[in-house]
Every structure is written in C-alpha cells, then in structure tokens.
Write a protein that binds this ligand. Structure first.
Ligand code: NAP
Ligand code: MG
Length: 398
C-alpha cells in the first residue's frame, strides 16, 4: 500500500508521563503505517523544557504560527513537587499558557460522542463545544480584605495624570474587594476566533453574559461581539446557514439543558472554566474531550483536554498494566491531519483522518474499550483492554 503523502509539516509537540507513552504508540500503530508523516518535532517533555530554559516551548509556538497546524501531547505544569521530582532550575510556566499567549487564541472543547457512553442530559444528541475566553477577569484580578469602615473607589489615572473615580462602596464594617479588567484587543480576538471556528465547523454560535447587571463590563463584551459580527461575519454566517445568538447567561444555561446540542457556546473566562467541566462530565468522561486552540489569524493547535494521567504513569513505571484512554489524543492527531489536509488540499489525508476517527468509535461501540469507559458504559459484555491493546484494536479496525 502506498502511504498517504503530506506537503507541509505538522508541528508536533511531544509531552510527559502516560500521554507521552500513548503518543509513541499512536504514532507507531495508527499513523506511521498509513501516512508518510512530515512533522517538525518539538519535545515539550519537562526535562527538555528545563534543559532549554523553556525556549523549546516558545520555539514550538512560533513554529505553530509559521505552519498553521500543531498537535500537542499533554504536558506537566510544574508545581513545587515537580520542581523537586525533576530537579528543575525554575518552576517553568504552563506550556499551554505560553503557547496561548503567543498564538493569542481561544480554546474550543468538544466531547467525542459514542453509542454506549450516554450523556447524563437525555436531550443532548450532538456535541456542545465550549469556547472559553482565556484572558483577564477574575483570573487577573487585584483583591483586598477590608478590615473596617472606609471608602472604596475605582481610580483610573490616564497618561497625563487625570483621574477618573467611581465609588464602589462606603464600608461601615469589614468586607472584601476585587478589581478586575479586560482588554478590547483580547475581546476582539476572542470574537474573531469564535466566529471563524463557527464558520469552520458549520455550527451556530451562542454567547452570553450578565449585561443587564454589569452595564459597562459585560455589556462591552456583548457590544464588541455584535459589532464584529455585523461588520465582518453576518454575510458569511447567512451563506453557511448558521446563526449567532446572544442571550443572558442564566437564560443560556436553561436553554443548554433543554437543547439537542450541536452548537458552540462562547463563554467569558470564568463561565467557561465552570461550564466546560460541567459539559465534559455530563457527556461522560474527561478522557473523551478534545481541545483545539484557534488563533484569530487562523492557526490551529489540537490536543486532548485531559492531563498527563500521572497516576497511571506511576503504575506503568512499576511494571503494572494500565488501561489509559487514548481517544482524545488520537482525535488530536486526526484533527490536526484533517486540518493540514484541508489547507494543503490533500483529500486522501482528510479521508484518513475521518477513517481513523470512525475506527476509534467503532472499536468502542463493538464493546472494546479502556477501563474508564467500561465503568460508565451502557453496553453489555464489554472487553476491557490495556492501553496498548486498545490502540492495537483500533489498528485492526483501521
Ligand atoms: P489528569 O492527567 O487529567 O488525570 C486526572 C485523572 O483523571 C486520572 O488520574 C484518571 O483517573 C482520569 N483520567 C484523565 N485522563 C484519562 C485518560 N486518558 N484515561 C483514563 N483516565 C483518565 O490530571 P492530573 O493527574 O491532575 O494532572 C497530571 C498532570 O497533567 C499535571 O502535572 C498537570 O499539570 C498536567 N495537566 C496538563 C494539561 C495539558 O497539558 N493540557 C491539562 C491538565 C493537566 P483515575 O486515576 O481515577 O483512573
Ligand atoms: Mg477548571
């Protein structure tokens, strides 16, 4: 059999722990036998990040910007324990944070739907994709504890020293205070990423805030989204037969629960944090959640939504058998290959991505799955496979 040819390399970002083991298996069993794979390889494993003073992460993000499509393995975000474990020079920043800052992107998360893993919400038939704005608000807020009576004000001092003040509260006793911000440029990028992704995936886009209460802050989000939609996307949406829909956040939550799914739900930073965990657990499993970072200028970085599955890795190191779910990582590869095929006009590569996904889903629907899914499936007589055998079962199907 001739292998499927590629034109432009994919930016390949390798990672850590159990997902690094899956990464190698997925390539060997599911990609390399079929595709004449071209990648520009960046090792984002923690050792290499430490060795290069994290330059490798920056380089990989710049490569993603250059080539337009990347596929990333889960990586460790160091904490104090990791600094000790890996003898790190520094507590390096989250690679995802670094990449996101360089690509200025929005993260879209969608569940992979299979028969036998039923959503907890009966009406959900199609995936709900969460688009989370990933800058500012409560994540970059200044906070204060107020010890007792006094006046709290918001003060903005412009470059010429002119002050604008707004009373927050006249405290009669103790309390708490928070000041948060966002940037017009960041909200605009978010808007463009969401509209572009909706067009790309031909799904309706929903957006919600609390603009009736937050008449300046949240209203600005609502206004910017609407202005950019009207000026740049309204015609394209009409042509594609999709809609942009704005409502209040509490109304959105109620509608989501009664919907069939099949749309993108754009959320402010905090709403997206909370709602993406609700959506992923209600659809079944974190191990079945895909994630793609889309920049406003059209770069795509695909990954699984879960982490490096540390607990399984330690079992693996002790020679114990693991049953780690590789579905979201396989879909990161298929997503990246399909996008590469689309941009380079390679129908065979796009078809291969479809077949890889279909083989993965069919394997599970035939009752062959990893332990995490076996615990929640409605299918009977399932076979629980270990990490490697599950990937080999998909290979057989493929
Ligand atoms: P995690 O890797 O997502 O795993 C948490 C637990 O969820 C696992 O112990 C496992 O439960 C279950 N799980 C997650 N993915 C699974 C899969 N593919 N198959 C089967 N079960 C799965 O989160 P973590 O253990 O808290 O974090 C480990 C490391 O990942 C951390 O260093 C963190 O910094 C990093 N992280 C990276 C990313 C990223 O790169 N995008 C995202 C999140 C976290 P059981 O143990 O009960 O089987
Ligand atoms: Mg969260």
């Amino acid at each position: 059999m001739d292998k499927i040819a590629m034109k432009t390399p994919l930016v390949e970002m390798d990672g850590d722990e159990m997902t690094r083991i899956l990464w190698k298996l997925i390539k060997e069993e599911l990609i390399l036998p079929f595709v004449d794979l071209k990648t520009e390889y960046y090792d984002l494993g923690l050792e290499k990040r430490n060795e290069t003073d994290d330059q490798i992460t920056v380089d990989s993000a710049l490569a993603a910007k250059k080539y337009g499509v990347a596929v990333k393995c889960a990586t460790i975000t160091p904490n104090a324990a990791r600094v000790k474990e890996y003898n790190l020079k520094e507590m390096w920043k989250s690679p995802n944070g670094t990449i996101r800052a360089i690509l200025d992107g929005t993260v879209f998360r969608a569940p992979i739907i299979v028969k036998g893993i039923e959503p907890n919400v009966r009406t959900w038939k199609k995936p709900i994709t969460i688009a989370r704005h990933a800058y500012g608000d409560v994540y970059k807020a200044a906070e204060m504890k107020i010890p007792g009576a006094g006046k709290a004000e918001l003060v903005f001092t412009d470059e010429n020293g002119n002050e604008t003040r707004e009373l927050i509260h006249n405290f009669k006793g103790s309390g708490v205070l928070q000041g948060m911000h966002n940037l017009t440029s960041s909200i605009e990028s978010f808007a463009r990423s969401c509209f572009a992704y909706a067009l790309d995936t031909k799904q309706d886009l929903w957006f919600a805030t609390k603009d009736t209460i937050s008449k300046k802050y949240d209203h600005t989000f609502k206004d910017i989204m609407q202005e950019i939609f009207d000026a740049e996307y309204a015609d394209k949406f009409k042509e594609a037969g999709i809609t942009y829909f704005y409502t209040l956040i509490d109304d959105a939550v109620a509608r989501v629960m009664k919907s069939e799914g099949g749309y993108i739900w754009a959320c402010k930073n905090y709403d997206g944090d909370v709602m993406s965990d609700m959506i992923s657990s209600a659809f079944g499993s974190l191990a079945m959640m895909t994630s793609v970072l889309v920049s406003p200028d059209g770069c795509y970085e695909y990954e699984a939504a879960h982490g490096t599955v540390q607990r399984h890795y330690y079992k693996h190191l002790q020679g114990e058998e693991t049953s780690t779910n590789s579905v979201a990582t396989i879909f990161a590869w298929s997503g990246a290959l399909r996008k590469r095929g689309e941009l380079d006009n390679l129908p065979d590569l796009m078809a291969f991505a479809d077949k890889l996904e279909a083989a993965t889903i069919a394997t599970i629907e035939e009752g062959k799955m990893t332990k995490d899914l076996a615990l929640i499936t409605t299918l009977e007589n399932v076979t629980v496979l270990n990490s490697a055998d599950f990937i080999r079962a998909i290979r057989g199907k493929l």
